[in-house]
Structure formats: C-alpha cells, structure tokens
Write a protein that binds this ligand. Structure first.
Ligand code: SAH
Length: 213
C-alpha cells in the first residue's frame, strides 16, 4: 500500500522543485496516483518517477505532469484536449481544474482502463476517445488548451488549428527521445508564438490508431 504520507511528501517535493500554483498542487493532491499505476508498482506510486504501464507506454513523472499543467494556466471555464491518455492520470489532474476534458488514446486497452479508473473516482467531466490524437478532435474544437503527452518532431498542425485564439498548447517536440524540448505555443488572432520550456523524455506520438487484434 502506498501511504497518504507518501503523497504529502510528493506534493512538498513538487513545491520545492518550483511548482508554485496552489490550484495545480491541490489538483495533484486530489488524484490518488496509486490507482493509475500497474499493481506491481504501487509502492512507487508517489516517487517522482515515470513508471511503465500496459502496451509498452508510461505514466509520466509527477513533476512533469505538474509542470505541464501549471504551464497551461487553466481556468475553470476552459475546455481542454489531451493527446495520449495513457493511464488517465494527467486527465484526472486536469479534471479538477477545467470544465471539460477530452482525451485521446490510440490503444483501446489503455482507453478502456483509463475510462474505468476515472469513473471509479467519480470524475464525470472527462471524455475518453479512441483515435489518432495527431488529428485532434474536430467535433469539439476549438479548445482553450491542448496538452500533448507524446513526442513529435513538429507540433501537429491539426492541433494548432483546433486551438482558440488566446489559447495555449504544451507539447514535447524533438526528433529523438534524448533531444526533446517541452514547448509552449500561444495562439493569437494573427499567428502563433512558440517558446522552449524544459528538456523532457516522452514516448513517441505514433501515427494512426491501433487496429483491434
Ligand atoms: N498522459 C499519460 C501518459 C502518456 S504516455 C498519463 O497520464 O498516464 C503517451 C501515450 O500517448 C501512450 O499511451 C500512447 O499510446 C499515446 N499515443 C501515442 N501516439 C498517439 C496518437 N497518435 N494518438 C493518441 N495517443 C497516442
């Protein structure tokens, strides 16, 4: 069992590492990460580390989840799109900050499990979608915020197109796992502005959804 004290320790560590937003820290506190990790890794749920999940993917490191969430500057009325549902942990954190969250995953298995976990936690403002996140989700566009949790060489144009003017996207960009930079893209009435945040390591954003086996 992961102890409540472990979670408090993690939150304090995030604060020490520079997560200043009390709203973000509170959202992180509201999500039991142990319910999003593989049972074999429950003891490590509140360590500040990425952990393996099914389908060869990973649940992101808590610091990165907090950092990306803070960079998004989410407001209560916002509609947020996440690409790469994975375990559903990041979506759960977002659910405590935004009005609606849409999250896209290419593995059906991961999408189903994430959906179940969110339901068990009583989270009702997250919609999980199976599909290719590189294409965004036109039926619900435009979005106030977009968070991409898998890395691509360039920011997908479809996602920039689905961002509102005044909106912001945060995404890991880079050709290889060892050379990714988290970038923030702000969209204006005319044009976009891109800036580098911190170096990161994400699994790749892969083209196409996974066919049923
Ligand atoms: N946000 C997740 C961690 C993401 S790991 C969490 O909180 O646990 C990255 C995820 O992106 C993986 O599950 C991977 O399957 C998914 N992914 C990769 N390419 C994708 C694509 N084109 N569309 C949707 N999901 C994708």
């Amino acid at each position: 069992m992961a102890a409540a004290s472990d979670q408090i320790g993690l939150i304090m560590q995030l604060r020490r590492r520079g997560i200043r937003s009390t709203a973000v820290l509170r959202a992180m506190e509201l999500v039991p990460r142990e319910q999003f990790v593989d049972p074999a890794f429950v003891e490590q749920a509140y360590l500040d580390a990425a952990l393996p999940i099914d389908c060869g993917q990973t649940i992101s490191q808590p610091f990165i989840v907090a950092y990306m969430t803070q960079a998004l500057e989410i407001e209560e009325r916002h509609k947020v799109l996440e690409i790469g549902t994975g375990s559903g942990y990041q979506a759960a954190v977002l659910s405590h900050l935004a009005r609606r969250v849409f999250t896209i995953e290419r593995y059906r298995e991961l999408q189903k499990t994430a959906e179940q976990r969110l339901a068990e936690l009583g989270i009702t403002n997250v919609t999980t979608i199976i599909g290719d996140g590189r294409l965004g989700w036109p039926p619900q566009a435009p979005f106030d915020r977009i968070i991409v949790t898998a890395a691509s060489e360039e920011p997908p144009q479809a996602l920039i197109d689905q961002l509102k003017a005044g909106g912001r996207m945060v995404a890991p960009i880079g050709p290889t796992r060892d050379s990714q930079m988290l970038v923030q893209i702000d969209k204006y009435e005319v044009g976009v502005e891109q800036r580098d945040l911190i170096p990161v390591r994400f699994v790749p954003l892969v083209k196409g959804r996974v066919k049923r086996r």
